[in-house]
Design a protein around this ligand. Structure first.
Ligand code: PMP
Length: 308
């Protein structure tokens, strides 16, 4: 359960947590018409900072554009809402969840008859795949469910409806005793986890499905590609066959909630030495080093926030 802060930003105002309510006939509840983001705020050596705030809010607008959903707020005002839910709730390290959705007016499928509502919540959220996941790694399985085919439900939008696919993937994975499932695309290539992108290392090179594949092009994925390349580690964005997972020297998954999670087995096959590999550990250190100051933020990824 969420440890509830006091306030949620809802359609332009800060309201009490329990007052941030919607009608049961809201369009989004029936037809999945929401777009959302997941953003982390870190405690750094230099105060609180939101990681890649601008890029996340831009992606929210991109997701909305795909669905021709006009957000009744500017990018700047939603960035400010993200900062406000941290400062007004006196939160420290936390997870920020902006969501825009079609509200209540008519019950037809046609989306435009309903008002667009926007909320931003923030709360504490620890390691998504478990406290030990970052150091110990997790066991995963290839899902029997495929990711949506191109030109069906676009995986490039972070839309509520996409997470029906993710729910099938993660529920099946847990039922089989895995922490997470890896979905293949409709051609049989690797796509992503239910809430993470995936990388594998083989003979010193990193491989990950291309941004044009059936994936959400994650910002953590992008950050890891940037950090790896800055260290001279080459990253190949290409289609990856299922069996390449079993032959990898290392595998890890990336996401805002999950962060950088080593994978120690896939479908019961041990990956590498069956524990976090050295390159995965190096990339974790570089990533988390952004927050303790050991990795210089050359890219302007840290959006500092100042407590009032
Ligand atoms: N794929 C899916 C399906 C996701 O839900 C997420 C989490 N937002 C990711 C990938 C990783 O994206 P990011 O690194 O931007 O959080």
């Amino acid at each position: 359960a969420i440890k509830q802060p006091e306030l949620i930003w809802f359609n332009g105002n800060l309201v009490h947590w329990h007052d941030a309510k919607v009608h049961v006939l809201s369009h989004a509840i029936h037809y999945g018409s929401s777009v959302f983001e997941g953003i982390r705020c870190y405690e750094t050596n230099d105060g609180l900072a939101i990681f890649r705030l601008r890029d996340h809010v831009k992606r929210l607008f991109d997701s909305a554009k795909i669905y021709r959903m006009e957000l009744p707020f500017t990018l700047e005002s939603l960035e400010q809402a993200c900062r406000d839910v941290i400062t007004e709730n006196r939160l420290t390290a936390s997870y920020i969840r902006p969501v825009a959705f079609r509200g209540y007016n008519s019950i037809g499928v046609m989306p435009f008859d309903n008002p667009v509502e926007v909320a931003v919540a923030a709360f504490e959220w620890g390691a998504y795949l478990g406290e030990d996941s970052l150091a110990q790694g997790v066991d995963v399985g290839v899902s029997s469910w495929n990711r949506s085919a191109p030109n069906t439900i676009p995986t490039g939008a972070k839309a509520g409806g996409n997470y029906l696919s993710s729910q099938l993937v993660v529920e099946e994975a847990r039922r089989h005793g895995y922490a997470e499932g890896i979905a293949l695309d409709t051609q049989g290539y690797i796509s992503e986890g239910s809430g993470e992108n995936i990388f594998l290392l083989r003979n010193g090179k990193l491989y990950t499905p291309p941004a044009t594949a059936a994936i959400l092009p994650g910002l953590t994925r992008d950050s890891i590609i940037t950090l790896a390349e800055a260290q001279g580690i080459s990253v190949v964005e290409t289609n990856i066959a299922r069996e390449a997972l079993y032959l990898a020297d290392e595998i890890f998954m990336t996401g805002t909630a999950a962060e950088i999670v080593p994978v120690r087995s896939v479908d019961g096959q041990i990956i590498g030495a069956g524990c976090r590999g050295p390159v995965t550990e190096q990339l974790q250190s570089l990533f988390f080093g952004l927050f303790d100051g050991t990795t210089p933020d050359e890219w302007g990824w840290l959006e500092r926030i100042y407590l009032k």
